[in-house]
Design a protein around this ligand. Structure first.
Ligand code: SF4
Length: 358
């Protein structure tokens, strides 16, 4: 379902523009439709009041928490069932963040990612994207939404932009706290600057060598890394938010001196932040992460050479919630729905940086 479908349903029930805004604001902020000083009977037309419970039940059915998997760092992976029985995963992140999925599966097929292994099953509708935020907000505050879960947002651009627009207006999320994450697609650089809500942008780079990058991200659009950085730089300057470049650090593959030189060549002096994320283990894949001391030395070296670099650990790795580990899965370690509340209320917050997928 798309947000536009909800708007049309509301109009069919007799909603005017202000009624429509009110219903969508309360829904996207996970508040009851009775919330606020003004009682619905003083404000909403009768036909809308009569039809609203049915619509709310339908919205509740868009996404349901099937199981929750709390991690030691205060994050939690949520397995979310969609109305047609397919599943996506969202990750509650430290510091009021949420990582949402935009597709069931993914067509880009990055060789180090679990999500891409089965290809694309279907798009996630804009209302289903917002519904993931609503589910999370029923558990705790959500002040930042990163579009870094399952899927490539650029391949579902209309739905993602519609969700961003609602979350950045009625949903009350600051625009710089909405983070669109992509492998790079020319359509993104046309659409994002034109929208009423301009999100921050994360670009998955992973290699500075065009051929090596094409091997790692086999079905990503062929944009030379230097051109990708130039496009990113223009967006960063236009919005005032630095670009976050994502670099899944793979032992022996993109931790070489040539790649480090390439990063300095592309990113030194740019309005950018490089997130180096040591690879998260995925069963059956032949990749490894460099030793921690080596990863730290690489990040320090880049920093010294003028590239603002952060070495990050994905949140929730112990429950497979880290970058590249999400998928639609049946899982034996599920919690019953009644335990979900208790289980995902983070008992501790760490200073771990957010989930930073590829
Ligand atoms: S890393 Fe992102 S773009 Fe690549 S296959 Fe996984 S979900 Fe898709």
């Amino acid at each position: 379902m798309r947000i536009d479908d909800i708007r049309q349903r509301l109009r069919a029930l007799g909603a005017g523009p202000s009624h429509e805004q009110r219903v969508l604001r309360l829904w996207s902020q996970a508040l009851s439709q009775d919330a606020g000083k003004r009682r619905p009977e003083d404000f909403l037309p009768r036909s809308l009041r009569d039809g609203l419970p049915g619509l709310v039940a339908e919205l509740d059915g868009l996404a349901r928490v099937q199981s929750a998997h709390p991690a030691a760092d205060g994050s939690a992976r949520l397995l979310v069932a969609l109305a047609d029985g397919l599943g996506v995963e969202s990750v509650l992140l430290p510091r009021d963040g949420l990582c949402v999925s935009t597709q069931v599966g993914c067509a880009v097929g990055c060789v180090f990612c679990m999500t891409g292994r089965d290809g694309l099953l279907r798009q996630v509708g804009s209302a289903e994207i917002v519904a993931q935020v609503v589910l999370a907000r029923r558990q705790r505050a959500v002040k930042k939404v990163v579009f870094m879960g399952m899927g490539e947002p650029a391949h579902n651009l209309d739905n993602v932009m519609e969700a961003i627009e609602l979350l950045g207006t009625l949903g009350g999320v600051a625009h710089k706290n909405l983070v669109f994450s992509t492998v790079g697609d020319r359509r993104v650089f046309e659409r994002l600057p034109a929208g009423p809500v301009k999100p921050a942008l994360a670009l998955s780079l992973h290699s500075t060598d065009a051929e090596a990058r094409a091997r790692l991200l086999p079905r990503a659009p062929r944009i030379d890394p230097a051109e990708l950085v130039a496009l990113g730089e223009a967006y960063a300057r236009a919005t005032g938010y630095p670009i976050q470049y994502q670099w899944t650090l793979l032992d022996g593959i993109n931790d070489t001196p040539a790649e480090m030189d390439g990063l300095v060549r592309l990113l030194a002096g740019k309005y950018a932040l490089l997130n180096m994320i040591p690879y998260n283990r995925v069963d059956g894949l032949p990749f490894a992460r460099p030793a921690p001391e080596r990863a730290e030395a690489l990040a320090r070296g880049l920093h010294r050479r003028g590239v603002l670099t952060k070495l990050r650990q994905s949140a929730g790795q112990d429950v497979d919630a880290g970058c590249g580990q999400l998928r639609s899965r049946p899982d034996a370690r599920t919690l019953s729905a009644s335990n979900v509340d208790r289980a995902i209320t983070p008992p501790l917050r760490t200073h771990l940086e957010g989930h930073q997928p590829a």
